[in-house]
Design a protein around this ligand. Structure first.
Ligand SMILES: [Zn+2]
Length: 129
């Protein structure tokens, strides 16, 4: 657990450094001509979306850190099971476990085809007797 905490703290520090670097890019610099200004504007927009992503990651890691420090684990908002740590580290701030997230992305009844295929093969075997 200590190792995980250290890992998250390192991740947090890196994300914060990245964010502060990106914020420096927001500073409007005096531009000599319009072409430079346009290029700078594009860079600012890019930095802006990166900064938003970094800020979200920081929030997610921070809440994960709080959960771990209190000896708890975030629960899936759909099935109420603990969300695996590996998933939380890969996608900080996630509120669902892998299964529920996949079910959500696939729509309702995502596991039905596999179940049906298994059932029909069992029936085929039974028919041979
Ligand atoms: Zn779930």
């Amino acid at each position: 657990m200590d190792h995980t905490l250290t890992y998250i703290q390192t991740e947090l520090a890196e994300a914060r450094t990245r964010l502060s670097l990106l914020r420096e890019a927001f500073q409007i610099q005096p531009c000599a001509d319009e072409l430079d200004a346009a290029g700078h504007l594009t860079a600012v927009h890019l930095a802006e979306s990166c900064a938003t992503h970094s800020a979200e990651r920081i929030r997610g890691l921070q809440s994960l850190l709080d959960f771990l420090r209190h000896g708890g684990s975030p629960l899936c908002e759909d099935c109420g099971e603990e969300i695996p740590l590996a998933r939380l580290l890969a996608a900080p701030g996630t509120t669902r476990c892998c299964e529920c997230q996949q079910a959500l992305e696939n729509g309702e009844g995502g596991s039905a085809p596999g179940f049906l295929a298994e059932t029909s093969s069992t029936q085929g075997l039974a028919g041979n007797y």
